[in-house]
Write a protein that binds this ligand. Structure first.
Ligand code: ZN
Length: 481
């Protein structure tokens, strides 16, 4: 079976933050797990590079806009490498391929597009229009960017999203577009139920030139949000490429809760208008606070993914954000919580189970493991959790096995069996421990690929091979920030 998974494509006007690091890791777990189950996987991420905000940033820095986006999108590629992300594609909305195919999408939507006068309030920081009501609520100023909304009066193209409200609502209700968690599904359903309005999908070129030209009208460029959504099919080669034919619809699209409306209302509307199937599942993650406070560049409350990886490792980053940020809710990061998870769960539980099993086989059996029994643990709940993007729950299932193994060792006391000289029984006990560890390694592969490989390399050949260093060393490099 083919399996297609995507992340959202972040806007490249700033450095990547831990929230997007988490999103990459979540999608990577889905991709790796699908590969483990012998699917043909295509995993795509990328960068959103058009719009007035980007052009403005480049101007501030005094560099050419294209050069600016080259530099900025590289930061996001580097983040993928840093976190050991196994994506197959990296789409940039300034790629010629995306630009050309986005124009084909626009042309295919032609009968649902019309030109009209637009009057409204706009925040360039958000690259979004706001309603009068919201503007009033915020005293005429965007709370995220602390800048006054600009009053805009212009001729724009509109997409007839309103005609698809009923169909979108039906698809979400009957589960053909599954949205998890349910709270997000209900939230968007109530928005759609009110009836969706047509949306403005272009800007005059004389106001914003950094965008994809509207086909057949060189006075207009596509609105960045509208065009960015198309990346999910342009990266597959919409409309004619065999990848598009064999991988669309996506199995899971991973997004953050701030862009729910774009992905659960506008994007499905576009797809229905294009007569294309909807993605099967939309997974919506929450926000991350740092020691209980909102991430904020202005107050300096920012943690870079690289700081975490440098102090610990990519696997530790992955573990923390998959296990200790609730998959269906907002969560909190602090150096203290990370260190506690590292010491208690990774070093004392997983690391310890691996280390003492290896040490006993070395000491009592000269590293010889011998035949290992079949794995017997029920992993149905683990897979069920993964199908629902409950990464925290899937890891909890793995940790039940880790704790179960440590308990088994404590109760069976192989060192006493050794004292009694019952070598056959001792061999069976230690072989069982190895089976458990290999099973744990397999379940961990999507989550912590490097740790999984180390455990397998230690035990899978029938002879214990020494681990290159301790699995999760406790050392002074672990500091609190
Ligand atoms: Zn704003």
């Amino acid at each position: 079976m083919n399996y297609y998974v995507t992340t959202s494509i972040p806007y490249v006007n700033g450095e990547p933050h831990i929230g997007f690091g988490m999103e990459l890791v979540q999608a990577d777990v889905l991709a790796r797990a699908a590969r483990q189950r012998n699917n043909k996987v295509l995993f795509s991420t990328g960068a959103d590079e058009h719009g007035g905000k980007i052009a403005e940033k480049a101007r501030e820095k005094g560099i050419d806009t294209k050069i600016f986006t080259d530099q900025m999108s590289q930061n996001f590629r580097d983040l993928g490498k840093l976190l050991n992300i196994s994506n197959d594609r990296f789409v940039r909305t300034t790629d010629a391929g995306h630009e050309q195919r986005a124009q084909l999408v626009w042309e295919a939507l032609d009968k649902d597009i019309y030109k009209s006068k637009y009057t409204g309030l706009y925040c360039t920081g958000c690259e979004a229009f706001v309603t009068e009501a919201i503007a009033k609520e915020n005293n005429g100023q965007c709370p995220n960017h602390e800048r006054a909304y600009e009053k805009i009066e212009e001729e724009n193209y509109f997409f007839k999203l309103s005609s698809y409200s009923a169909q979108i609502e039906k698809a979400i209700k009957d589960g053909s577009l599954k949205i998890v968690p349910k709270t997000k599904r209900n939230e968007i359903l109530s928005v759609i139920h009110e009836g969706l309005e047509d949306i403005s999908i272009s800007r005059p070129k004389d106001k914003i030139s950094w965008g994809i030209p509207v086909p057949g009208d060189d006075t207009q460029v596509m609105y960045v949000w509208f065009e960015a959504l198309m990346n999910y099919i342009t990266v597959l080669g919409y409309p004619e490429h065999s990848d598009f034919k064999s991988y669309w619809p996506a199995n899971v699209q991973v997004i953050g809760k701030d862009i729910l409306r774009f992905h659960a209302a506008i994007w499905p509307g576009m797809l229905i208008a294009l007569k294309l199937p909807l993605p099967k599942q939309l997974y919506v993650h929450g926000f991350i606070t740092i020691t209980g406070q909102k991430i904020s560049k202005s107050t300096g409350l920012v943690v870079h993914p690289k700081e975490i990886v440098d102090k610990y490792s990519a696997d530790v980053f992955r573990y923390y954000f998959l296990k200790h940020i609730p998959s269906y809710n907002d969560g909190d990061f602090s150096w203290e919580k990370l260190e506690a998870a590292y010491n208690n769960e990774l070093a004392n539980e997983l690391g310890n189970a691996v280390q003492r099993t290896a040490a006993m086989i070395k000491l009592y059996q000269n590293n010889i493991i011998g035949n290992t029994p079949e794995a017997t643990h029920d992993v149905a709940q683990y897979w069920e959790a993964l199908d629902d993007c409950r990464f925290d729950k899937a890891l909890e299932e793995v940790w039940e096995q880790v704790r179960g193994l440590n308990q088994y060792i404590d109760e069976t006391k192989p060192w006493e069996i050794h004292k009694q000289g019952d070598t056959e029984h001792l061999r069976e006990v230690l072989a069982y421990q190895v089976t458990c560890l290999l099973e744990i390694a397999e379940l961990l592969e999507p989550f912590m690929p490097e740790t999984s490989t180390k455990i397998r390399q230690t035990f899978e050949t029938g002879v214990v091979r020494p681990i290159d260093g301790t699995l999760f060393p406790k050392s002074e490099k672990v500091t609190t920030g």
